[in-house]
Write a protein that binds this ligand. Sequence first.
Ligand SMILES: Nc1ncnc2c1ncn2[C@@H]1O[C@H](COP(=O)(O)OP(=O)(O)OP(=O)(O)O)[C@@H](O)[C@H]1O
Ligand SMILES: [Mg+2]
Length: 325
Amino acid sequence: MISQKELLQLLPLALDKTDLPLKGKQSGKVRDWYDLPDGKRLLVTTDRLSAFDRILARVPYKGQVLNQLSAWWFKQTEDIIPNHLISIPDPNAAIVQRVTPMAVEVIVRGYITGVTTTALWYRYSLGERDIYGYTFPEGLRKNERLPEPIITPTTKGGATGHDERLTCAEVVDKGLLDAKTWDQVQAAALAVFKCGQEAAQKAGLILVDTKYEFGLTDDGSVMLIDEVHTPDSSRFWQDETYADHFASGLEPENFDKEFVRIAYAEKGYRGDGEIPAMPADLWAAASARYITIYEMLTGKEFKAGKYPVEPRLTENLKKLGVISK
Ligand SMILES: Nc1ncnc2c1ncn2[C@@H]1O[C@H](COP(=O)(O)OP(=O)(O)OP(=O)(O)O)[C@@H](O)[C@H]1O
Ligand SMILES: [Mg+2]
């Protein structure tokens, strides 16, 4: 394991953004991407950490972990549904097939939890019983396991808009997808989630919930894209202590980036106003946690790619002829 001292030293080198000599650069909160020939795309996962819809910090190795963990899951799930991954030219980058992303984000939930406005527990705690088109019984408790995982779609908010909750029926009624495609997406999402829950359990973790993105290829087939079962897109809880904690009303031991949200919430920050400063230790701890999750889930030792990232990435892309020499 990389020492805390080393992680602290790497903080200033963590990858903020890229500026590669390739066309069509665009950036999301976490990824930068570029157009490649033949309908491909270079997806670079940076070290940016976002929460509350804001970029809060840069966390060393986070990009490498997300990129490689997603690649691992794409491999695990490729028999269930085809995915966009073509190759991994560098620890921080993936060459993927460019598709038309669907306008729906497919969230699968195995437990009732969460405190943001779209979260099941939040709605339930307000007294709502009909949520996302499902009827929930009285007496549920926060963090309780659902009888079976459910899909709670949202519209993809994009740069400005916030995600809007949808029922499964509305996805078709609002014309976001045709019925056949939506059936295919739901079946794939539940099957990938089942695979994720089983693999997580082997690693001593519970895959609580997750967000998938799907796209349509030019020939109209459904493809899993973006990222899969990472600590950014998913909640993970420690399996061993879940039952005791739940029985005694304690929060589960989380193994995702929830502890970052909690650190901010303790300072009274929930996404509005000035972002409070955080000690460097928090980001070193976040880095260690991302690496640990990668190692627990994959059962592999994390092999760190060298910093600074951009010269290494450029070199790797030149070797492959993606960037001309
Ligand atoms: N194969 C693909 N083809 C086209 N778009 C893709 C593909 N894979 C991922 N994307 C898109 O690339 C972007 C990845 O960037 P990032 O994860 O930083 O976005 P984000 O900040 O989460 O924003 P968003 O809310 O749009 O997902 C996402 O918008 C995702 O939909
Ligand atoms: Mg994203």
